[in-house]
Write a protein that binds this ligand. Structure first.
Ligand code: SF4
Length: 201
């Protein structure tokens, strides 16, 4: 990594770590560090937000819970390693309901965190972006407007903001059970694998 990019990344990580823009997130911290992957990666995956049992605990996106196990299985299916990718999320902190369960980030929280997402994309400068789920796909609208919706655009290669975009479903067990079954997810990742291969020079 070039030293100027490393410095910008270190500054971004420090800024996110000290961010208190979302009152309901106070007490938790942003999942953004070198554990998110290589800032030189050509491929960026964007999720919704860190999970309570997953990244909020392990500090590694998509690890430590069932969504992470599913994600690893899908990456393995196309021979993509975590060293080759960068993973971030639409909201960098873990949103929780009063019950303590994960909840979706609010529109306000997504708006608050949009600058971090925009700056992370600009810094990593990936050729390929893969959004995991509708919240991540929607979050891109705040950076450059698009009219895509996940149901119609899933696993279809798009052009967005000068990059290749592949919207796919989130790897959570709930999504697997109700919206996108294992076989379909594996097909979606085949599309991702092909796009990565085509943009890997
Ligand atoms: S979710 Fe993003 S904007 Fe909100 S407190 Fe965390 S880092 Fe800041």
């Amino acid at each position: 990594m070039k030293s100027s990019r490393k410095k910008l990344f270190t500054d971004l990580v420090a800024e996110a770590a000290g961010c208190t823009l979302c009152p309901a997130m106070c007490g938790r911290s942003a999942v953004l560090s070198e554990l998110n992957g290589s800032p030189d990666a050509r491929v960026m995956f964007i999720g919704e937000a860190p999970g309570r049992k997953g990244a909020d605990r392990t500090r590694i996106p998509f690890s430590g819970d069932q969504s992470g196990a599913n994600f690893d299985r899908y990456l393995n299916s196309i021979n993509l390693t975590r060293e080759e990718i960068f993973i971030t999320s639409a909201a960098l902190c873990n949103p929780r309901a009063e019950s303590g369960a994960n909840r979706r980030p609010t529109q306000k929280e997504l708006a608050n965190c949009s600058t971090f997402l925009q700056r992370t994309i600009a810094l990593v400068n990936p050729r390929v972006i893969v959004t995991l789920g509708s919240v991540a796909l929607e979050a891109l609208k705040r950076i450059q407007y698009h009219e895509l919706n996940l149901k119609e655009a899933a696993a279809k290669v798009q052009s967005w903001n000068g990059r290749v975009l592949v919207p796919i479903y989130h790897p959570s067990p709930q999504v697997l059970a109700s919206h996108r079954r294992e076989a379909e997810q594996l097909q979606d990742y085949k599309v991702v694998g092909k796009v990565v291969e085509q943009n890997n020079d």
